[in-house]
Design a binder for this molecule. Structure first.
Ligand code: SF4
Length: 362
Protein backbone atom coordinates (compact mmCIF):
# COMPACT_ATOMS: atom_id res chain seq x y z
CA UNK A 1 0.00 0.00 0.00
CA UNK A 2 1.22 3.50 -0.86
CA UNK A 3 1.41 5.37 2.45
CA UNK A 4 2.00 8.81 0.88
CA UNK A 5 -1.61 9.78 1.51
CA UNK A 6 -1.06 9.22 5.24
CA UNK A 7 2.20 11.15 5.48
CA UNK A 8 1.07 14.23 3.60
CA UNK A 9 1.82 17.38 5.61
CA UNK A 10 -0.94 19.38 3.87
CA UNK A 11 -3.50 16.79 4.99
CA UNK A 12 -2.01 16.82 8.49
CA UNK A 13 -2.39 20.62 8.68
CA UNK A 14 -6.02 20.46 7.58
CA UNK A 15 -6.87 17.86 10.24
CA UNK A 16 -4.91 19.78 12.88
CA UNK A 17 -6.84 22.96 12.07
CA UNK A 18 -10.08 21.02 12.34
CA UNK A 19 -9.03 19.72 15.77
CA UNK A 20 -8.25 23.26 16.91
CA UNK A 21 -11.62 24.48 15.65
CA UNK A 22 -13.74 21.83 17.41
CA UNK A 23 -11.79 21.26 20.61
CA UNK A 24 -13.20 23.16 23.58
CA UNK A 25 -13.27 20.68 26.51
CA UNK A 26 -10.36 19.31 28.55
CA UNK A 27 -9.29 16.03 26.96
CA UNK A 28 -7.06 13.42 28.56
CA UNK A 29 -6.47 10.72 25.97
CA UNK A 30 -4.44 7.57 26.59
CA UNK A 31 -2.63 5.73 23.82
CA UNK A 32 -2.38 2.09 24.80
CA UNK A 33 0.19 1.18 22.16
CA UNK A 34 3.95 1.76 22.43
CA UNK A 35 4.09 2.15 18.64
CA UNK A 36 1.69 5.07 18.94
CA UNK A 37 3.77 6.58 21.75
CA UNK A 38 6.84 6.59 19.53
CA UNK A 39 4.94 7.94 16.52
CA UNK A 40 3.37 10.75 18.58
CA UNK A 41 6.82 11.83 19.82
CA UNK A 42 8.47 11.37 16.42
CA UNK A 43 5.95 13.66 14.70
CA UNK A 44 5.94 16.16 17.59
CA UNK A 45 2.16 15.88 17.90
CA UNK A 46 2.03 16.70 21.61
CA UNK A 47 3.48 20.15 20.90
CA UNK A 48 1.12 20.80 17.99
CA UNK A 49 -2.12 20.12 19.85
CA UNK A 50 -4.13 22.78 21.72
CA UNK A 51 -3.23 22.98 25.44
CA UNK A 52 -6.56 21.49 26.55
CA UNK A 53 -5.58 18.15 24.99
CA UNK A 54 -3.23 15.92 26.98
CA UNK A 55 -1.84 12.68 25.60
CA UNK A 56 -0.91 10.02 28.15
CA UNK A 57 1.11 6.89 27.40
CA UNK A 58 -0.25 3.56 28.63
CA UNK A 59 0.83 -0.07 29.05
CA UNK A 60 1.21 -0.98 25.37
CA UNK A 61 4.90 -1.79 25.18
CA UNK A 62 5.35 -5.57 25.54
CA UNK A 63 8.96 -5.29 26.68
CA UNK A 64 8.03 -2.71 29.34
CA UNK A 65 5.26 -4.80 30.90
CA UNK A 66 7.38 -7.96 31.21
CA UNK A 67 7.78 -8.50 34.95
CA UNK A 68 11.07 -8.85 36.77
CA UNK A 69 9.87 -12.23 38.09
CA UNK A 70 9.40 -13.56 34.55
CA UNK A 71 12.81 -12.19 33.56
CA UNK A 72 14.38 -13.91 36.57
CA UNK A 73 12.87 -17.16 35.31
CA UNK A 74 14.49 -16.59 31.90
CA UNK A 75 17.85 -15.76 33.49
CA UNK A 76 17.69 -18.92 35.63
CA UNK A 77 17.07 -20.93 32.47
CA UNK A 78 20.04 -19.35 30.74
CA UNK A 79 22.34 -20.81 33.43
CA UNK A 80 21.64 -24.34 32.22
CA UNK A 81 24.45 -25.68 30.05
CA UNK A 82 22.02 -27.68 27.89
CA UNK A 83 19.90 -24.63 27.00
CA UNK A 84 20.15 -21.97 24.27
CA UNK A 85 18.00 -18.92 25.01
CA UNK A 86 16.61 -16.98 22.05
CA UNK A 87 14.63 -13.76 22.16
CA UNK A 88 14.08 -10.36 20.62
CA UNK A 89 16.91 -7.92 21.31
CA UNK A 90 15.25 -5.40 23.64
CA UNK A 91 14.34 -8.11 26.13
CA UNK A 92 17.98 -9.03 26.64
CA UNK A 93 18.73 -5.59 28.12
CA UNK A 94 15.90 -5.34 30.66
CA UNK A 95 17.15 -5.33 34.23
CA UNK A 96 15.60 -7.89 36.55
CA UNK A 97 16.37 -8.83 40.15
CA UNK A 98 19.29 -10.89 38.85
CA UNK A 99 20.78 -8.66 36.16
CA UNK A 100 20.00 -8.91 32.45
CA UNK A 101 20.09 -11.70 29.91
CA UNK A 102 22.86 -9.74 28.19
CA UNK A 103 24.92 -9.91 31.38
CA UNK A 104 24.17 -13.63 31.59
CA UNK A 105 25.57 -13.93 28.05
CA UNK A 106 28.71 -12.04 29.09
CA UNK A 107 29.13 -14.63 31.84
CA UNK A 108 29.02 -17.50 29.36
CA UNK A 109 25.32 -18.30 28.91
CA UNK A 110 24.24 -19.11 25.35
CA UNK A 111 21.76 -16.27 24.76
CA UNK A 112 21.00 -15.29 21.17
CA UNK A 113 19.08 -12.43 19.59
CA UNK A 114 16.58 -13.40 16.92
CA UNK A 115 14.28 -11.32 14.76
CA UNK A 116 11.50 -13.90 14.45
CA UNK A 117 10.22 -17.03 16.15
CA UNK A 118 11.05 -19.00 12.99
CA UNK A 119 14.70 -17.93 13.35
CA UNK A 120 14.66 -19.49 16.84
CA UNK A 121 13.20 -22.65 15.32
CA UNK A 122 16.07 -22.72 12.81
CA UNK A 123 18.57 -22.52 15.70
CA UNK A 124 16.83 -25.56 17.22
CA UNK A 125 17.17 -27.48 13.94
CA UNK A 126 20.88 -26.57 13.78
CA UNK A 127 21.51 -27.61 17.42
CA UNK A 128 19.72 -30.92 17.92
CA UNK A 129 21.65 -31.75 21.11
CA UNK A 130 20.57 -28.52 22.86
CA UNK A 131 17.21 -27.40 24.22
CA UNK A 132 16.35 -24.18 22.42
CA UNK A 133 14.01 -21.89 24.34
CA UNK A 134 12.32 -18.91 22.70
CA UNK A 135 11.26 -16.25 25.21
CA UNK A 136 7.94 -15.26 23.70
CA UNK A 137 6.76 -11.79 24.64
CA UNK A 138 4.19 -9.63 22.89
CA UNK A 139 0.49 -9.01 22.55
CA UNK A 140 -2.14 -10.43 20.20
CA UNK A 141 -0.05 -9.20 17.26
CA UNK A 142 2.91 -11.45 18.05
CA UNK A 143 1.09 -14.45 19.49
CA UNK A 144 -0.07 -15.84 16.10
CA UNK A 145 3.52 -15.86 14.81
CA UNK A 146 4.61 -17.82 17.88
CA UNK A 147 1.70 -20.21 17.40
CA UNK A 148 2.69 -20.71 13.76
CA UNK A 149 6.28 -21.55 14.73
CA UNK A 150 5.11 -24.10 17.31
CA UNK A 151 2.87 -25.73 14.72
CA UNK A 152 5.74 -25.82 12.26
CA UNK A 153 7.98 -27.42 14.90
CA UNK A 154 5.30 -30.04 15.59
CA UNK A 155 4.72 -30.74 11.89
CA UNK A 156 8.44 -31.09 11.16
CA UNK A 157 9.20 -33.23 14.22
CA UNK A 158 11.53 -30.75 15.95
CA UNK A 159 11.60 -31.92 19.56
CA UNK A 160 14.21 -29.62 21.09
CA UNK A 161 12.30 -26.34 20.63
CA UNK A 162 10.11 -24.85 23.35
CA UNK A 163 8.55 -21.45 24.05
CA UNK A 164 8.52 -19.69 27.40
CA UNK A 165 5.24 -18.01 26.60
CA UNK A 166 4.94 -14.61 28.28
CA UNK A 167 2.44 -13.23 25.75
CA UNK A 168 -0.22 -10.91 27.12
CA UNK A 169 -3.72 -9.81 26.14
CA UNK A 170 -4.62 -6.15 25.79
CA UNK A 171 -8.37 -5.98 26.65
CA UNK A 172 -7.84 -7.37 30.22
CA UNK A 173 -5.13 -4.81 31.02
CA UNK A 174 -7.33 -2.07 29.57
CA UNK A 175 -10.07 -3.20 31.96
CA UNK A 176 -7.55 -3.13 34.83
CA UNK A 177 -6.37 0.41 34.06
CA UNK A 178 -9.82 1.85 33.47
CA UNK A 179 -11.37 0.01 36.41
CA UNK A 180 -8.62 0.99 38.86
CA UNK A 181 -10.03 4.45 39.47
CA UNK A 182 -6.45 5.74 39.59
CA UNK A 183 -6.53 7.70 36.36
CA UNK A 184 -9.01 10.15 34.92
CA UNK A 185 -9.35 9.78 31.14
CA UNK A 186 -11.73 11.18 28.54
CA UNK A 187 -10.87 8.90 25.63
CA UNK A 188 -8.81 5.98 24.36
CA UNK A 189 -6.53 5.73 21.33
CA UNK A 190 -6.88 1.99 20.73
CA UNK A 191 -3.95 0.00 19.35
CA UNK A 192 -3.72 -0.48 15.58
CA UNK A 193 -1.76 -3.69 15.14
CA UNK A 194 -3.55 -5.51 17.98
CA UNK A 195 -6.91 -4.41 16.56
CA UNK A 196 -5.96 -5.82 13.16
CA UNK A 197 -5.94 -9.22 14.89
CA UNK A 198 -8.77 -8.96 17.44
CA UNK A 199 -11.00 -6.56 15.44
CA UNK A 200 -12.57 -3.23 16.31
CA UNK A 201 -15.59 -4.92 17.93
CA UNK A 202 -13.31 -6.20 20.71
CA UNK A 203 -13.17 -2.67 22.17
CA UNK A 204 -16.92 -2.16 22.57
CA UNK A 205 -16.60 -2.81 26.29
CA UNK A 206 -14.82 0.55 26.72
CA UNK A 207 -17.75 2.78 25.74
CA UNK A 208 -20.28 0.27 27.11
CA UNK A 209 -18.74 -0.08 30.57
CA UNK A 210 -16.62 3.05 31.01
CA UNK A 211 -18.49 5.53 28.77
CA UNK A 212 -15.25 6.50 27.04
CA UNK A 213 -14.85 7.42 23.35
CA UNK A 214 -12.53 4.89 21.69
CA UNK A 215 -10.86 5.24 18.30
CA UNK A 216 -8.40 2.83 16.66
CA UNK A 217 -5.44 4.53 15.02
CA UNK A 218 -2.79 3.74 12.45
CA UNK A 219 0.79 4.90 12.83
CA UNK A 220 1.37 7.73 10.34
CA UNK A 221 0.88 11.37 11.36
CA UNK A 222 -2.42 11.79 9.53
CA UNK A 223 -3.68 8.48 10.97
CA UNK A 224 -3.08 9.70 14.50
CA UNK A 225 -4.39 13.20 13.88
CA UNK A 226 -7.54 11.78 12.26
CA UNK A 227 -7.96 9.48 15.26
CA UNK A 228 -7.66 12.49 17.58
CA UNK A 229 -10.18 14.43 15.50
CA UNK A 230 -12.70 11.58 15.81
CA UNK A 231 -12.05 11.25 19.55
CA UNK A 232 -12.35 14.96 20.24
CA UNK A 233 -15.50 15.14 18.17
CA UNK A 234 -17.04 12.41 20.34
CA UNK A 235 -15.92 14.19 23.51
CA UNK A 236 -17.43 17.48 22.38
CA UNK A 237 -20.73 15.76 21.51
CA UNK A 238 -20.81 13.70 24.75
CA UNK A 239 -20.70 10.49 22.71
CA UNK A 240 -18.98 7.24 23.57
CA UNK A 241 -18.54 4.68 20.82
CA UNK A 242 -15.85 2.70 18.99
CA UNK A 243 -14.65 4.15 15.71
CA UNK A 244 -11.71 3.30 13.48
CA UNK A 245 -9.25 5.68 11.89
CA UNK A 246 -7.41 2.62 10.59
CA UNK A 247 -10.03 0.88 8.48
CA UNK A 248 -7.45 -0.10 5.87
CA UNK A 249 -6.08 -2.69 8.34
CA UNK A 250 -8.75 -3.35 10.96
CA UNK A 251 -11.90 -5.35 10.18
CA UNK A 252 -14.64 -5.35 12.84
CA UNK A 253 -14.21 -9.07 13.57
CA UNK A 254 -10.41 -9.15 13.28
CA UNK A 255 -8.25 -11.69 11.49
CA UNK A 256 -10.02 -15.07 11.61
CA UNK A 257 -6.98 -17.09 10.54
CA UNK A 258 -4.83 -15.58 13.29
CA UNK A 259 -7.56 -15.87 15.92
CA UNK A 260 -8.22 -19.53 15.03
CA UNK A 261 -4.50 -20.28 15.26
CA UNK A 262 -4.30 -18.64 18.68
CA UNK A 263 -7.40 -20.54 19.78
CA UNK A 264 -5.86 -23.85 18.70
CA UNK A 265 -2.48 -23.32 20.40
CA UNK A 266 -3.18 -21.20 23.47
CA UNK A 267 -5.48 -20.86 26.42
CA UNK A 268 -5.78 -17.83 28.65
CA UNK A 269 -3.95 -17.75 31.94
CA UNK A 270 -2.88 -15.34 34.65
CA UNK A 271 -0.06 -12.98 33.72
CA UNK A 272 2.25 -10.82 35.79
CA UNK A 273 2.31 -7.26 34.42
CA UNK A 274 5.08 -4.94 35.54
CA UNK A 275 3.64 -2.10 37.55
CA UNK A 276 0.17 -3.59 37.52
CA UNK A 277 0.55 -7.04 39.06
CA UNK A 278 -1.05 -10.36 38.34
CA UNK A 279 -4.22 -10.18 36.25
CA UNK A 280 -6.37 -13.27 35.68
CA UNK A 281 -6.93 -14.39 32.07
CA UNK A 282 -4.60 -11.70 30.75
CA UNK A 283 -1.85 -13.96 29.40
CA UNK A 284 -1.49 -16.86 27.01
CA UNK A 285 -0.35 -20.35 27.91
CA UNK A 286 0.40 -23.17 25.47
CA UNK A 287 -2.49 -25.65 25.58
CA UNK A 288 -2.16 -29.30 26.58
CA UNK A 289 -2.13 -30.62 23.00
CA UNK A 290 1.10 -28.72 22.35
CA UNK A 291 2.58 -29.01 25.86
CA UNK A 292 5.74 -30.64 24.46
CA UNK A 293 6.60 -27.15 23.18
CA UNK A 294 5.89 -25.40 26.48
CA UNK A 295 9.11 -24.59 28.33
CA UNK A 296 7.31 -24.48 31.68
CA UNK A 297 6.03 -28.03 31.15
CA UNK A 298 9.10 -29.54 29.48
CA UNK A 299 11.77 -28.05 31.75
CA UNK A 300 9.65 -28.07 34.90
CA UNK A 301 9.89 -24.36 35.64
CA UNK A 302 8.33 -22.66 38.63
CA UNK A 303 6.07 -19.90 37.35
CA UNK A 304 7.17 -16.64 38.92
CA UNK A 305 5.19 -15.49 41.94
CA UNK A 306 6.89 -12.28 42.89
CA UNK A 307 8.19 -9.23 41.09
CA UNK A 308 10.27 -6.44 42.54
CA UNK A 309 11.03 -3.18 40.82
CA UNK A 310 14.54 -1.90 40.30
CA UNK A 311 15.08 0.64 43.16
CA UNK A 312 14.26 4.19 42.08
CA UNK A 313 12.71 3.19 38.75
CA UNK A 314 9.09 4.35 38.37
CA UNK A 315 8.33 2.39 35.19
CA UNK A 316 5.32 0.84 36.92
CA UNK A 317 3.70 4.24 37.45
CA UNK A 318 4.62 5.33 33.92
CA UNK A 319 3.07 2.18 32.44
CA UNK A 320 -0.20 2.97 34.29
CA UNK A 321 -0.13 6.56 33.02
CA UNK A 322 0.21 7.99 36.54
CA UNK A 323 3.61 9.63 36.09
CA UNK A 324 5.94 10.83 33.35
CA UNK A 325 9.68 10.15 33.04
CA UNK A 326 10.27 13.73 34.22
CA UNK A 327 9.11 12.62 37.66
CA UNK A 328 11.78 9.90 37.87
CA UNK A 329 14.92 10.89 39.77
CA UNK A 330 16.95 8.57 37.58
CA UNK A 331 15.88 10.11 34.25
CA UNK A 332 18.92 11.81 32.67
CA UNK A 333 20.31 13.47 35.77
CA UNK A 334 20.29 10.10 37.52
CA UNK A 335 22.02 8.71 34.43
CA UNK A 336 19.26 6.46 33.15
CA UNK A 337 19.83 6.62 29.41
CA UNK A 338 19.35 4.12 26.57
CA UNK A 339 23.04 3.25 26.89
CA UNK A 340 22.73 2.70 30.64
CA UNK A 341 19.06 1.89 31.12
CA UNK A 342 17.79 1.25 34.61
CA UNK A 343 14.30 0.17 33.59
CA UNK A 344 12.38 -1.28 30.64
CA UNK A 345 10.71 1.98 29.61
CA UNK A 346 14.19 3.27 28.68
CA UNK A 347 15.39 -0.03 27.17
CA UNK A 348 12.54 -0.60 24.79
CA UNK A 349 12.34 1.06 21.40
CA UNK A 350 8.64 1.60 22.23
CA UNK A 351 9.17 2.73 25.83
CA UNK A 352 7.90 6.07 27.10
CA UNK A 353 11.22 7.02 28.73
CA UNK A 354 13.06 6.19 25.50
CA UNK A 355 10.59 8.38 23.59
CA UNK A 356 11.15 11.33 25.96
CA UNK A 357 14.90 10.80 25.70
CA UNK A 358 15.08 10.32 21.93
CA UNK A 359 12.85 13.23 21.01
CA UNK A 360 13.97 15.61 23.74
CA UNK A 361 10.57 16.22 25.32
CA UNK A 362 11.91 17.50 28.64
FE1 SF4 B 1 12.86 3.61 34.99
FE2 SF4 B 1 14.82 4.96 33.75
FE3 SF4 B 1 12.32 5.46 33.13
FE4 SF4 B 1 13.27 6.20 35.49
S1 SF4 B 1 13.93 6.99 33.50
S2 SF4 B 1 11.32 5.22 35.09
S3 SF4 B 1 14.68 4.52 35.93
S4 SF4 B 1 13.40 3.53 32.81
Amino acid sequence: MDLKAFTNSDSAKIILNSIKAISKKECRLMEFCGGHTMAIFKYGLRQLLPPNITLISGPGCPVCVTSTGDLDMAIALSQRSDVIITSFGDLLRIPSNNGTLLQARSSGADVRTVYSTLAALDIAKQNPHKKVVFIGIGFETTAPTIAAAIKQAADSGVNNFTVLCLCKLTPPVTHAILGSGQINLTGIIAPGHVSAIIGSDAWKFIPDKYRLPTVISGFEETDILYCLELLISQVEKNQAKVESAYTRSVPPQGNKVALDLMGELFESTRADWRGIGILPNSGLKICQKYQDFDTVHVLGLEVSQESKEVPGCICGDIIRGLKTPMECNLFLKGSCTPQNAKGPCMVSSEGTCAAYYQYGTY
